[in-house]
Write a protein that binds this ligand. Sequence first.
Ligand SMILES: *Cc1c(COP(=O)(O)O)cnc(C)c1O
Ligand code: SF4
Length: 358
Amino acid sequence: MSSVPDAFPANNDVSGVSSLSQQLGWQRELAQSIRSGEELLRRLGLNPDDLRTQQMLQTAGIQLADQDILRRFPVLVPENFLARMTHGDLGDPLLRQVLPLSDESLAVDGFVPDAVGDLEARRTPGVLQKYAGRVLLIATSACAIHCRYCFRRDYPYAEEPRRLQDWQPALDEIASDSSITEVIFSGGDPLMLSDSRLQILCLAIDQIPHVERIRFHTRLPIVLPSRVTAELIALLTGFRAQPIMVVHANHGNELVGDCKYALQTLVRSGIPVLNQAVLLAGVNDSVEALEALCRGLINVGVMPYYLHQLDRVSGTAHFEVNRERGRQLIQQLATRLPGYAVPRFVQEIPGEPNKTAL
Ligand SMILES: *Cc1c(COP(=O)(O)O)cnc(C)c1O
Ligand code: SF4
């Protein structure tokens, strides 16, 4: 316990992580992440100060986000993710997920801060419930990457538990309701917690007899594959409850190198691993891109689970693909792949008893 900080990192702040960098490789890697749009471009050989790049940006209609946006939702991209982007390509589908654009400050009708009704669904601090039998635990506000289309980019994380003892009301709430059979660790990204903190929380939940499954919604195996250590696997496979992992990759180019290996390691350790993706303009809105994504997943044993229609969160309108186009893409995909490789195309509609099939 003595090596565990007594508070979770503040909203979108991973500075607390660097103090642990001596102990853990993935945390050191995290501390070295890229933190500005200009730096991202420079690292891809696109210097925003030179005329040629400026012309390319102009032609592509790209203007970087202003300080107001960046203060609220800073840039954060691990080196490992950057290494999977194509040098000199402004249209790179991985770059597009993380490059902050001035479009984020456009107010667009229908796009609101809490599009998915998270605030209505809060049962106790740290616990959201929308669906029968399963609750979502907001385990931390921190992520290893900041995806510009994120549906929780405006979530009031500061109101959620931080210190371990603050979790007691959430644990009591879950223990008192025997209809809860699955606890989903979410966030933020729950694998941003240190192993010791994760273990304490998971074991407390594992002791609640009616909890049959513990699910982890995480992007870390994709964006920071070094997080998948032997210690983590031992932790995740050491519960009475069945662990399930849902990762988040949007494009086949993410599934290379260390990431592929990390996913294979998880799958071969016996943890069911599913993927959820978001349908994103300029990233994966073609049948070729979706096919490459789904093939990349099944070839490492990860099952495509959901393809989400974008949640209409303020600042993300430029990522939206219309639903009809989404339906066509899924139909075309079904003609190219085995049935198990085709994700369900869904949307989160507040007040519905489950994710809505489109
Ligand atoms: C998506 C979601 C879940 C999980 O839904 P499944 O259909 O079981 O994958 C649970 N809680 C919330 C709040 C969600 O948004
Ligand atoms: S990893 Fe998930 S929660 Fe974190 S910024 Fe990306 S989409 Fe949002």
